[in-house]
Design a protein around this ligand. Structure first.
Ligand code: ARG
Length: 425
């Protein structure tokens, strides 16, 4: 019997001794799952995961003596934010041909700072929508190993696209032999590229279904992958358990992406009512980065953007905002994505106010960046809400974000896995 007890103690003791318990209290909490605000919340986090949620006055579970208490009086607690469209290795300050001043690994090195900046701005999870050299996979690994501090990262690896398309490299003459990292034409070539991204660590597949704003010699309205090519990518990715995100600005390309079976459509600038209907009926999520146009038009020339890119942004920026209003009104499922990297990584929280200006309720805007985003990632089990079982990822703002959505541009406290990573109180 005694030997048995010692054995049990030996098995149980290390986990008991190592358990890290954190108790967070605040004035209010946004419960994104019920769409309601809870007064005087108490959240218990055990070893990085939420183990109990209640309100002050409830009988708390038994806490160890060394439990850490975080008192966020005067603040509202929200789930850690999720940005579904980020380029960690891009740097908004070096656009156009200025990018050629730097060696290849420069982009990964500076991405370490970008990852930290995103986390500090409240984004505890981000979906990378394309990176060179698998730098997004590298960052994910470095964060997970505890070597650098950053958000949870869902990497795409290279964005797949057609020869000469938005996701090719169209900046140099033929003698330089420069091409994008995942260029393919026809179903077979694209299927191979899906497999290659997965082999090297991609957890989501990004494709470029139309031309774009920031590329050279492409048009946002131009469809660049056939529906057959898109479907081939989607079928292969889904067989492998990966979701597909399609960059698509133009009306036809958006429709082809949805008809081809993608899970999320990115940018969505020129969606028509038929596209909105198709998105709603197929449960496709729309990611509309409607904040960045202000920064791009103000700073684009200074950072070296080509005149062609600025012209295209002038065509797309307001059209995208109008499309956003129609998509919200039309009942499409929306997720929050900023295209951080095209503009500075810390600014994304400013998009919430624009989303409300263009027709969302503050609660809808917050859900787009939390519970909806988690669902679109197929990660409702571990991110996107303050709920038992999920990671202890939270942000706190000084006041009521439902009355003042602009507060999310400037979060006061960021908690990742129960640990304060940023405190501006
Ligand atoms: N990465 C996108 C592209 O180059 C950025 C679009 C930016 N414009 C906008 N209004 N969202 O096409």
């Amino acid at each position: 019997m005694r030997r048995f007890l010692i054995l049990v103690l030996m098995l149980v003791w290390p986990s008991v001794a190592a358990a890290q318990t954190v108790v967070v209290r605040a004035d209010r909490m946004v419960d994104v799952l019920s769409g309601r605000v809870v007064d005087a919340p108490v959240v218990v986090i055990t070893d990085g995961r939420i183990s109990w949620v209640g309100v002050q006055g409830d009988t708390l579970p038994t806490l160890p003596d060394d439990a850490e208490h975080i008192d966020l009086a005067g603040h509202t607690l929200l789930p850690g934010l999720i940005d579904m469209h980020v380029h960690l290795d891009a740097n908004a300050n070096y656009a156009g041909y200025r990018q050629l001043e730097f060696t290849d690994q420069f982009w990964t090195v500076q991405a370490v700072t970008n990852a930290r900046t995103m986390l500090d701005a409240g984004f505890t999870t981000i979906r990378s929508m394309g990176a060179s050299g698998y730098s997004d996979v590298a960052l994910r690994q470095a964060v997970d190993e505890g070597l650098i501090v950053g958000p949870r990262i869902v990497p795409a690896g290279y964005a797949l696209g057609a020869t000469g398309g938005h996701c090719d490299n169209n900046m140099l003459p033929p003698s330089y032999g420069a091409t994008g990292g995942a260029v393919g034409d026809g179903p077979q070539a694209l299927i191979r590229l899906v497999r290659e991204q997965r082999r090297y660590g991609a957890e989501v597949i990004k494709i470029c279904a139309t031309g774009g704003v920031m590329s050279r010699n492409t048009q946002p309205g131009q469809q660049q992958l056939s529906e057959e090519e898109i479907r081939a990518v989607v079928d292969e990715a889904h067989r492998l358990g990966l979701r597909v995100a399609a960059h698509a600005h133009g009306t036809e390309g958006i429709r082809a992406a949805i008809a081809g079976g993608v899970d999320t459509v990115e940018h969505v600038s020129m969606i028509d009512d038929e596209g909105i209907r198709m998105a709603r009926e197929n449960g496709v999520w729309l990611t509309m980065d409607i904040f960045l146009t202000d920064w791009l038009l103000a700073e684009g020339e200074r950072v070296g953007l080509l005149p062609e890119n600025l012209d295209k942004e002038r065509m797309v920026g307001q059209a995208q905002r109008d499309s956003f209003r129609r998509a919200v009104r039309g009942g499409a499922r929306m997720i929050f994505g900023t295209d951080a990297g095209v503009y500075p990584h810390g600014m994304g929280g400013g998009q919430f106010a624009v989303m409300v200006q263009y027709g969302m309720t503050p609660m809808q805007a917050i859900q787009s960046a939390t519970s909806n985003a988690a669902e679109a990632l197929d990660r409702s089990d571990d991110v996107g809400a303050i709920a038992v079982g999920r990671y202890g990822d939270m942000v706190a703002v000084a006041g009521d974000p439902l009355a003042e959505i602009g507060l999310l541009a400037n979060v006061a406290v960021v908690i990742k896995g129960g640990e304060i990573v940023r405190d501006r109180r």
